[in-house]
Design a protein around this ligand. Structure first.
Ligand code: OSB
Ligand code: MG
Length: 379
């Protein structure tokens, strides 16, 4: 980088936010109810000189998968994070997060602003976001995450649909009572399918739960994701010492300090990096670098992102350490119409990295976003 380039100071002059609901093409079960639509926050930052960047806050509406919700993110954005960014001057997108350095937690809300700053910066430079981040891949291997279905037959038919759609690996959500049986049924139907499971932290070290987790060790799974509660690193380490399937952490890891503890304890061998959970692209890249240095494999997880967050996931997943298939499926797995044009597409299980366009590489359909917004905010 030349002296002149590195000296270009940026100050975000406007922050707008939109609470957007998109209907789901296939409803899914959460801890409390079946969801038929999702509400995320889209963030638009402007540099006051015609430059624009978009980000997405993909927090769920309820606090079962993340302590943050769309309501708490909206509040944090309006009250603290947006004003902090407006008061901050930065040159490189890695410096944007210094604006909210003093704010503890609230990674999902921070991630939305961080993505928008990366998009703004890379559009100003006419650089694809993937390249700005140091990405090397031209396409990402796409996997799907399949929820708990009413019956095993429903699950196998979901697997069938996505295998037929070309996806490279399948992740099954599990919970006590829905673990060995669905895995066995799917393995029987698709013996060569690359399969992994995700428990979202609902198992304990009870005899019954441990027996189920140990039984899963015999199905050749790629990984077992987050069997125990987020804070239970020691329990993950004990399980990892007893099974040969790699344990993968998701909810346990919000920052590099927690990742360092997990590595020291041997609490797993694989990290699910979510841009949202880590607090943005800069933080996700930091976690990627640390995990790779520690000999852990990483892959890119998702939070059912709309197009903006999905495009950011594609960009981060192009980094060299993302060696396992990501939860970055095509937009059409979740939404019949997305907020970006063109939508993210998986072709034969691969999502192309948009290397011919600057920033996120997709145009945000602003009219559609405004039309769908239940509430908007301008700072
Ligand atoms: O644990 O990975 C998870 C979605 C919401 C909350 C937690 C998780 C997920 C997913 C979705 O698995 C993956 C996707 O975006 O396709
Ligand atoms: Mg998970």
């Amino acid at each position: 980088m030349t002296q002149a380039e590195s000296a270009t100071a940026i100050r975000v002059a406007s922050v707008e936010a939109f609470r957007v609901r998109l209907p789901l093409v296939h409803s899914f079960q959460t801890s409390s109810h079946r969801k038929s639509y999702l509400e995320h926050i889209l963030v638009r930052v402007g540099d006051g000189e015609g430059g624009v960047g978009w980000g997405e806050i993909a927090s769920p509406s309820d606090p079962y998968y993340s302590p943050e919700t769309v309501d708490t993110c909206w509040l944090m954005l309006r009250r603290y994070l947006g004003p902090a960014l407006l008061a901050h001057t930065w040159e490189r997108p890695e410096q944007a997060e210094e604006a909210w350095r003093k704010v503890r937690g609230h990674n999902f809300a921070k991630a939305g602003l961080d993505i928008a700053c990366w998009d703004l910066w890379s559009r100003r430079r006419s650089t694809p976001l993937s390249m700005a981040l140091g990405g090397e891949r031209t396409a990402i291997a796409a996997g799907v995450s399949l929820g708990i279905e009413p019956t095993i037959e429903d699950l196998v038919s979901q697997v069938n649909k996505h295998v037929a759609g070309g996806y490279r690996r399948v992740k099954l959500k599990i919970q006590p009572g829905w673990d060995v049986e669905p895995v066995r049924a799917v393995k029987l139907a698709y013996p060569h399918l690359v399969l992994q499971v995700d428990a979202n932290g609902v198992y304990t070290e009870s005899d019954e739960h441990l027996a189920a987790l140990e039984a899963l060790d015999h199905y050749g799974l790629l990984l077992i994701e987050q069997p125990f509660a987020p804070g239970a690193l020691a329990a993950h380490a004990r399980l990892q010492s007893r099974i040969s399937t790699p344990v993968c952490l998701d909810e346990s890891i919000d920052d590099v300090e927690q990742l360092d503890s997990a590595v020291q304890l041997g609490a797993g061998r694989i990290l699910n990096i979510k841009v949202s959970r880590m607090g943005g692209l800069t933080a996700a890249k930091r976690a990627h670098d640390m995990a790779v240095a520690a000999g852990w494999e990483v892959w890119c997880g998702g939070m059912h992102e709309f197009g903006v967050g999905r495009a950011a996931n594609v960009a981060i997943a192009s980094l060299p350490g993302f060696t396992l298939p990501s939860d970055v499926s095509g937009s059409d797995k979740y939404y019949s119409r997305d907020v970006i044009d063109p939508p993210v597409r998986a072709d034969d299980g691969m999502v192309a990295v948009p290397l011919a366009e600057p920033g996120l590489g997709h145009t945000v359909d602003e009219d559609f976003v405004r039309e769908l917004s239940a509430e908007t905010l301008k700072l």
